[in-house]
Design a binder for this molecule. Sequence first.
Ligand code: CAA
Length: 307
Amino acid sequence: MFLSRYGTRSLSGNLGRLGSRISNHTTGLQAANKLLLCRNFSMALEESYENIIVETPEEGGGRVAVIKLNRPKALNALNDALFADLIHATSVLDDSEDIRCMVLTGSTPKAFAAGADISEMKSKTFEEAYTTDMFAEWQEISKLGGTPIIAAVSGYCLGGGSELALMCDIVVCSKDAKFGQPEINLGVIPGAGGTQRLTRAIGKSKAMHLCLTGDMMTSDEAYASGLVAKVYENDELLPQSIAMASKIASKGRASLRAAKEAVNAADELSLAEGLRFERRLFQSLFATDDQKEGMAAFLEKRKPDFK
Ligand code: CAA
C-alpha cells in the first residue's frame, strides 16, 4: 500500500517545490483539476500542508487517514488557505484505492473549528462576497464520492466549523464539545449549510434556536438531538474515532460507496424516489464479488474478506 511507508508520521515535503501547491484562491474545481495532473498519490501525499496535518495511524492498518485542522492559535478558524489544503488532501485521499475512511479532527482539544476566519471576512464588500460566491467551494467536501469521513469534534465546533462537521458523513464528539451557529452575533447568518443541513439533522425548532440565539449546545444535547452519533470521554475521542474508521474500512469498497450515496440521497429525494434509488443500488451490488463473498462467509460461519 502506498501509504503504509509513512506510518504515523505527518506527511511532509514541499508542495511548492513539487509545483502543485494549491493557492489560497484556488477553487475546489481547480483543486480537482490539479489532481488529474497528479495521479501519483504517493507524490501527492508527500506534499506538506500549512494548515492541516495528514497522518495514516498504524491502528488504521493503512486504510484510515486522519486529517487535523491545524491553526490552533486561532482555534482552527477556517480561512481560504486552510480550506484549499483540506479540499486538496480530501480529494487525493478520496481518489486513493487504499484509504477507505477518513477522520477529520482538530489539532487542539480546544477546538474542532471556531468558524470561518472572521479577520479574513471582516472587510469584504457585498460585491466581493457575491461575485466570488464566498463559501461555495467549501461544499466540495460534501461532494466527495466514495470515502466516508468521520468528523471527530472536541471543544468548539461553531459556525463554519459546525457546518464543516455536518458536511461529513458521521459526527462524533468528546464530552467537552460545544456546537453552535453564532453568526447572528456577528450581524450575519450561517453561510455554509447551518440553516439547511443543521435543520435537516436536528429539526426546525432546535436549528432555529441555535441560529437565532447564537447559543451553544453541549455534547449531551448534540447527542439527544441526533447531531452526533457517539459521545466519548475526552481522551478517547481520537482512538475511538480511528477504531470506528477501521471498522468501516474493513467493509467492501462498493457497498460503502453505495451506502453513503443512498443515505445522502435521503436529503435530496422524495421517499418514493429515494426507495427506488436504494433498491437499484442494492440490486446492483449483486454484480460485485463482495456480495458473493459476504453472503458465502455468513453461511460458512467465517469472517468475510472484502476487496
Ligand atoms: N475567526 C478568527 N479568529 C478566531 C475565531 C474566528 N472564527 N475564533 C477564535 N479566533 C481567535 C481569536 O481572535 C483569538 O485570537 P487572538 O489570540 O489573536 O486574540 C484566538 O482565536 C482565541 O480566541 P479567544 O481568545 O476568543 O478564545 P476564548 O476561549 O475566549 O473564546 C470562542 C472562544 C467562544 C470560540 C471565541 O473565540 C469565539 O466566539 N469565536 C468566534 C466564533 C464565531 O463567531 N464563529 C462564527 C464565524 S462566522 C462563520 O463561520 C460563517 C459561516 O457560516 C461559514
